[in-house]
Design a binder for this molecule. Structure first.
Ligand SMILES: N[C@@H](CCC(=O)N[C@@H](CS)C(=O)NCC(=O)O)C(=O)O
Length: 251
């Protein structure tokens, strides 16, 4: 069994899929796609949607981090990504849904807003990627793609200010799940793999890291996805960061 996993370098749900393939011990080949161009490439490859992660495995196509989690669980039940107990499974699935539907997009917007203002840090997120052109060249000529990706992802001032206001509440929710044992157990589950990459990506931003590290959600990210690639120097206006600064560093 060998999978082919289509990713955009630095993509947090793509890292979730990679971690779950590795957890299941399924060999895979990673195919790097350029943001925006990826939309067309995935359609040409026969996927129904336009986002990564997308996976080909044993002739079938599966797209979406949550769908990939379920397909991997079906194909190779051990070690499990979901608890056997129905109540515990429902709690893990709710945390996983939150990670996919509520947490991923704001973190993605912070990155695209940052790249829109300075594209240089983007190269650090693509370290080791094979995109057919040298990463530095792709970044240097990538202004129009970045502008399009920022527009697609609504990475504008209004959204990003709101995202920064909402982030402390999201971090508290994740810490609560860790305290309740839904996340951060000895055996990582699908929600750990969904949420930790978003936290790991957020922690590559110098502006955001202090609000996460030192608390349970920061420890979860460091454990599940150590060494997340990329680094973005301070970027956001100080007053936008006030809601994060008000948050206690350690829960
Ligand atoms: N929430 C979905 C969608 C993931 C998603 O939106 N991925 C982004 C990259 S992080 C993407 O493919 N964007 C398309 C683009 O940038 O052109 C999942 O977890 O699979």
């Amino acid at each position: 069994m060998e999978a082919r996993l289509y990713v955009i370098p630095g993509s947090h749900p793509a890292i979730a899929a990679r971690l779950m393939l590795e957890r299941k011990g399924i060999a895979y080949k990673r195919k790097d796609l350029m943001p925006v161009v990826s939309k067309l490439a995935l359609r040409v490859l026969g996927f129904p949607g336009t986002t990564v992660p997308a996976m080909k495995l044993d002739g079938s196509r599966v797209q979406g981090s949550r769908q990939i989690a379920r397909e991997l669980e079906r194909l190779r039940p051990e070690p499990p990504l979901f608890p056997a107990d129905p109540e515990q499974r429902a709690a893990v699935e709710e945390a996983e849904r939150f990670g996919d539907e509520e947490l991923q997009a704001p973190i993605r917007r912070l990155l695209w807003w940052g790249f829109k203002h300075d594209k240089k840090p983007m190269a650090s997120y693509a370290a080791g990627a094979k995109m057919g052109v040298p990463v530095n060249l792709a970044v240097a000529t990538g202004g129009p793609l970045i502008a399009m990706a920022a527009r697609f992802n609504e990475a504008d001032d209004e959204h990003v200010r709101r995202d920064l206001e909402a982030l402390p509440g999201m971090l508290r929710r994740i810490d609560d799940w860790i305290a309740a044992g839904v996340l951060g157990g000895e055996q990582p589950n699908a929600a750990d793999f969904q949420i930790a990459p978003s936290l790991g990506l957020a922690m590559t931003l110098d502006d955001i890291r202090p609000a996460i590290e030192g608390r349970p959600c920061g420890a979860l990210a460091k454990r599940i996805v150590p060494g997340y690639p990329g680094k973005m120097p301070p970027t956001f206006p100080a007053d936008w960061l006030a809601p994060l600064r008000a948050e206690p560093a350690a829960a």
